[in-house]
Design a binder for this molecule. Structure first.
Ligand SMILES: Nc1ncnc2c1ncn2[C@@H]1O[C@H](COP(=O)(O)OP(=O)(O)OP(=O)(O)O)[C@@H](O)[C@H]1O
Ligand SMILES: [Mg+2]
Length: 265
């Protein structure tokens, strides 16, 4: 463990080129993410949140700038180094059903990841570890035999989290992980994420629209608009006294921000 940030993003840009059209989805983004902390990324639909994360994970070619993960530039890694990075950095998506293979039980889905990343030598060992991972995300071992359609949205998202973390990942990007879930289940999953952050020292990025959620979850907040960063700083400060007009607009648009907070902006 060192004091240097786990992730340092420097002047990161990404332009999509499709059928003669260019979209600069990420435009000169710079931030630091210290170990064990949560960075929230907010912004309206199409502002470039998912694109920024895809660029950070080197899932898009043609990104420019630097993505320093533990000091090494992800954008300039050898294949071998990139494979090692992808074990340490994982992503969880909005749609917990779409992310799971309908033909695999939860046990098989987790075991598959463990085998691919060579964390279990045999199928039996993988299933054994899968049971422990299910327990870590709050599901009992009977879920080993459950298919995605036999689980609730929240339970499926727990399985997705187990799949992400069983690689030994220490860095997680959660792209709107609760927006497809019932409100009552959202808090459970967010609390689980917080517990994993605390107990396992997970460093993560949370993408979301709900600034009230950000206020509870994120240490720092980066607000995006048209690919740019319009505001970046400690979440508590930024949501109490936003300096950018755009952040104030976003805050005003969120219905469940406490009225006292909205009144101050
Ligand atoms: N593969 C792609 N090819 C071309 N343009 C793309 C591609 N993916 C995204 N875009 C464009 O890039 C911009 C940013 O999209 P992105 O998906 O990153 O936004 P977002 O902030 O994640 O939005 P949402 O909140 O709806 O998920 C948008 O203008 C989008 O149309
Ligand atoms: Mg998105």
């Amino acid at each position: 463990m060192t004091d240097s940030p786990l992730l340092s993003v420097r002047h990161l840009s990404l332009t999509y080129r499709t059928s003669g059209r260019q979209v600069r989805a990420v435009d000169d983004i710079t931030f630091d993410l210290p170990r064990g902390r949560c960075l929230g990324i907010a912004g309206e639909s199409g502002s470039g949140k998912s694109s920024l994360c895809r660029a950070i994970l080197a899932l898009e070619s043609g990104a420019q700038g630097e993505v320093l993960f533990d000091g090494a530039d992800v954008l300039r890694m050898s294949r071998r180094a990139l494979a090692a990075f992808r074990r340490r950095a994982q992503m969880v998506f909005q749609d917990p059903l779409g992310s799971l293979n309908p033909r695999l039980t939860a046990g098989a889905a987790i075991a598959e990841v463990l085998r691919v990343h060579r964390r279990a030598a045999t199928r039996a060992e993988a299933l054994d570890q899968a049971a422990t991972w299910l327990e870590t995300v709050g599901l009992d071992p009977t879920y080993l035999q459950r298919y995605p359609h036999e689980m609730s949205g929240g339970q499926r998202q727990r399985v997705n989290l187990a799949r992400a973390l069983c690689t030994g990942a220490e860095f997680l990007i959660a792209d709107e992980p609760v927006s497809a879930l019932d409100v009552s289940v959202q808090a459970q999953i967010l609390n689980l994420l917080r517990r994993l952050q605390r107990e396992r020292g997970i460093t993560w990025i949370l993408i979301g629209h709900d600034l009230a959620v950000m206020r509870h979850m994120a240490d720092d907040l980066l607000v995006m608009q048209h690919g740019h960063c319009v505001e970046y700083g400690p979440a508590a400060t930024l949501l109490t006294a936003p300096s950018a007009a755009y952040t104030r607009e976003l805050l005003a648009a969120v219905p469940d921000v406490p009225r006292a907070l909205a009144a101050r902006v």
